[in-house]
Design a protein around this ligand. Structure first.
Ligand SMILES: *Cc1c(COP(=O)(O)O)cnc(C)c1O
Ligand SMILES: [Zn+2]
Length: 410
């Protein structure tokens, strides 16, 4: 196993690989540290290519002692070249859509949850839990039931009904909290102190976060062992955004891929944009906001990894932008109309920011842009209800002609 220990991101204090998430010395966040120094890149590549058709093919880069198992293995989602979207945006860049809605519970959260739950089992936990803006709830409930663990899922009580139903169905203990995500998260941090439970995004957060690296690895493999030139990714807590970077960095470091670190463009909704605001102000301090946006899966007002996300965008020559609710809705529709991929509001945020970059002329001709679509449109149907229209006719050809005749006759 290459994973060595947990290390504080601020003061570098070291901890054993247990259920710890903050530094006892400075309260900084902990993350998993690896030693890849002895790794032969050809051997690693062979193990990947002969591995399972999902995230466990990357086990060399994940924090397990033994073999990670998961009856609901996520990963190997499609990477689609989106020429019609590029044309619609009027850009000569090569646009690629990484459709991570094609996971077992239809969002990228299956990746982080699979890793966290496999680690929870390895550490001997019998109950898992989480604080969720929706997609995490679906994933924790599903993976816990598949793994035979008990689960408690805490969500803001005003969550989209689709996401509540798609969580309860797995037989979890679904708890609606009167408050926003930040309230739910605070409650779970308090409960994590008292209960012998693995909160996947609280006390197991260092392991959970590792799951997002698999999105970077897959992207490299699917581009023929090459890096993209630019990535556009949503930001909620900033974990996904920073771990995609980490995944690329690890493979550059050990020589599994050659080239330059891609430019990172982060995407937020205007109604919850602490990271985009800090970026615009030239600061790394993400002042907490009260979320008010249709992009509920990204509505984290006090993002744990916000400062690191701002730094990374700046360092790679990218940016963090935000888009309005109307731009989110337009982004969802544009992606569906040009690629056949129906995404949830988070994907609308990402496509909305891609459209902004294209409009500002920031996408260079021929550059490879990978756009991370992280969730499924059927989970946020309300977002597009107001632009939804269809024609009703009587069951006879004359009625059809009277509505569509002119168009058909051309
Ligand atoms: C959770 C989530 C994200 C990103 O979350 P981070 O906290 O930034 O890792 C992005 N898209 C969707 C759909 C999500 O559910
Ligand atoms: Zn510390």
């Amino acid at each position: 196993m290459a994973a060595k220990n947990l290390k504080c991101k601020e003061c570098e204090a070291e901890y054993e690989l247990g259920a710890h998430f903050f530094c006892a010395q400075c309260f900084g966040p902990l993350e998993v540290r690896y030693d890849f120094s002895g790794m032969d890149p050809e051997g690693a590549k062979r193990r990947i290519q002969t591995g399972s058709n999902g995230i466990w093919r990357y086990s060399d880069f994940l924090p397990f002692e033994g073999k990670a198992s998961d009856p609901l293995e996520p990963g190997m989602t499609p990477l689609i070249k989106a020429d019609r979207l590029a044309e619609r945006l009027g850009t000569e860049a090569e646009i690629w859509i990484k459709n991570d809605a094609a996971n077992p519970t239809h969002s990228f959260k299956d990746r982080v949850v699979a890793v966290a739950i496999a680690k929870a089992k390895e550490l001997g936990f019998e109950t898992v839990a989480c604080a969720s803006t929706g997609n995490l709830a679906n994933a924790v409930a599903a993976h816990a039931s598949a793994a035979g663990l008990d689960s408690y899922v805490f969500v803001p009580a005003d969550l989209e009904e689709q996401k509540l139903i798609a969580t309860d169905i797995y037989g979890t203990n679904l708890v609606g909290v009167n408050g926003n995500y930040d309230d739910v998260n605070r409650l779970c941090t308090q409960l994590a102190d008292e209960k012998p439970w693995a909160f996947v995004n609280v006390n197991l957060r260092p392991y959970y976060a590792e799951g997002s690296k698999t999105l970077a690895y897959e992207t490299v493999e699917q581009l023929g062992w090459k890096l993209p030139d630019r990535v556009v990714s949503p930001i909620a807590s900033g974990s996904l955004f920073t771990k995609i970077h980490r995944g690329f960095q690890e493979w550059l470091d050990i020589g599994l891929v050659k080239g330059e670190m891609p430019i990172f463009n982060g995407s937020q909704a205007e109604g919850c944009s602490p990271v985009a605001t800090a970026f615009a102000e030239g600061s790394t301090i993400c002042r907490p906001q009260k979320p008010n946006t249709i992009a509920k899966s990204l509505a984290i007002g006090d993002p744990a990894d916000g400062p690191y996300a701002v730094e990374q965008a700046r360092q790679t020559g990218g940016a963090v932008d935000s888009v309005s609710d109307d731009e989110i809705k337009a982004g969802i529709r544009m992606l569906a109309e040009t690629t056949g991929v129906f995404t949830e509001t988070a994907g609308g945020v990402t496509v909305g920011v891609l459209a902004k970059l294209a409009a500002r002329g920031e996408l260079r001709a021929g550059e490879k842009v990978v756009v991370y679509i992280t969730g499924e449109g059927l989970k946020t149907l309300d977002a597009n209800r107001d632009s939804f229209a269809f024609t009703t006719i009587e069951p006879d050809p004359a009625s059809f002609e009277s509505h569509f005749g002119q168009e058909v006759a051309v």
